[in-house]
Each structure stands twice: as structure tokens, then as C-alpha cells.
Design a protein around this ligand. Structure first.
Ligand SMILES: Cc1cc2nc3c(=O)[nH]c(=O)nc-3n(C[C@H](O)[C@H](O)[C@H](O)COP(=O)(O)O)c2cc1C
Length: 185
């Protein structure tokens, strides 16, 4: 696991505000899994909440519905191939976390693991909303703990110290943008 520091919960929205594609990790009983999710967003400041689309065909959906929690991991540019692999094959019948070569660390407040090497992590508990889960595959979560690699995010600011440690934004067909240069207005 890379270094990580706690992010104050009212600042957790900043980890998703620029729209990174995330890895959703999940676990229940002996099973654990990871998938990619581009369709995610921050939903509130305090207590922080997130929204993420988890298709009903996915193993992730089964594990999240069974456990009631998940982690949104913000992968680095260096993990783009891992992210594409996690989003291209279901973990049914295998340990996809091993298959994509990811290490994990136990989370502090939820059963789903943290994916090593990411830039930031949001530990989330499902806010049950059966109608939107069933109709739109949309899951809401309360962020109960948040972490960041301090070289990349600290004091409420992203630093992106080098090209490998930028967040990534999915287009389609294996194409991504890396987060670009910041500017002030
Ligand atoms: C970059 C990328 C982003 C994706 N975003 C989403 C998403 O937001 N929601 C979703 O349900 N599936 C998304 N997918 C597809 C899932 O990651 C894919 O169905 C995955 O294989 C599900 O894995 P599982 O069955 O092991 O849970 C995305 C795939 C890729 C490659």
C-alpha cells in the first residue's frame, strides 16, 4: 500500500469533483471483487454522499447488495490498463483482484478492500434506495471514511506530482484522458 492520510469527511467530495473514473471494490463472505465505473459523482458535502451506476449484470452489484458497502478507489494513470481490465471481464468464477494484479489493504469502516496504488479512496455504506437501484442501477452511498496519497492530495488540493500519478477519465473503447493542468479564474 502506498502512503495514505485521512481526508476530512466534509472535504471528501473533492476527491470526485473533477470526474475521475473509479474502481469500485466490494466484498461479501469469501468473495471480493473490483470493477471500473466511469458513471460516478459526489452528491453532498456533509455527511458526504456519492452516486454510482452499478449494472445489475455485475458481480459487484451482487456483492454490494449483500454487504451494504463498497469503496470508490481513484486509480492513477499508471493503473489505466488495470482499470480497463477490471471493467472488461466479470469476476464471476475467479478472483479478479488477483487477475488484474492489484494489491489490497483492509478498509477502516467497511468490508470492501482498498486497492493499493490508487490516488484516493472513499469508503461508502449503501443508502438503501430500492427503486433507483432497480430502475436505474443507481446506488447512493454515504462516505464513512476517506483517504488520499498525501503526495497527490493534501489540504483540500490535488497536486498530481508526475504523469503517472494523475487521475483518469474514460471515453470508450480503451481510450482515456489523464487529468490535465489546473488553472485559476
Ligand atoms: C473504464 C470503464 C468504465 C466503466 N464504467 C461503468 C459504470 O460506471 N457502471 C457500470 O455498471 N459498469 C461500468 N463499466 C463496466 C463494468 O466495469 C464491467 O461490466 C465489469 O466487468 C463488471 O465486473 P464484475 O461483474 O466483476 O462486477 C465500465 C467499464 C470500463 C472499462
Amino acid at each position: 500500500m502506498n502512503q495514505r492520510i485521512a481526508v476530512p469527511l466534509p472535504k471528501a467530495y473533492l476527491l470526485l469533483n473533477h470526474g475521475p473514473t473509479v474502481l469500485v471494490s466490494s466484498a461479501h463472505g469469501e468473495r471480493r471483487n473490483v470493477m471500473a465505473a466511469a458513471w460516478n459523482m459526489a452528491l453532498d458535502f456533509d455527511p458526504p454522499k456519492v452516486a454510482v451506476v452499478i449494472d445489475k449484470a455485475t458481480l459487484t452489484r451482487d456483492l454490494i447488495e449483500a454487504s451494504g458497502d463498497f469503496v470508490l478507489n481513484v486509480p492513477a494513470r499508471a493503473q489505466a490498463a488495470l482499470t480497463l481490465a477490471a471493467g472488461s471481464e466479470s469476476g464471476r468464477g475467479m478472483d479478479k483482484i488477483v487477475k488484474v494484479g492489484a494489491g489490497t489493504t483492509a478498509a477502516s469502516r467497511v468490508g470492501a478492500p482498498l486497492i493499493d496504488g490508487c490516488l484516493a479512496w472513499l469508503e461508502c455504506r449503501v443508502i438503501p434506495e430500492p427503486h433507483i437501484q432497480k430502475t436505474y442501477d443507481l446506488f447512493l452511498g454515504e462516505v464513512v471514511a476517506a483517504w488520499a496519497d498525501p503526495e497527490v492530495f493534501s489540504n483540500g488540493r490535488w497536486h498530481f506530482p508526475d504523469s503517472d500519478r494523475r487521475s483518469i477519465h474514460y471515453l470508450a473503447g480503451g481510450s482515456f484522458f489523464a487529468t490535465g493542468e489546473p488553472f485559476e479564474v
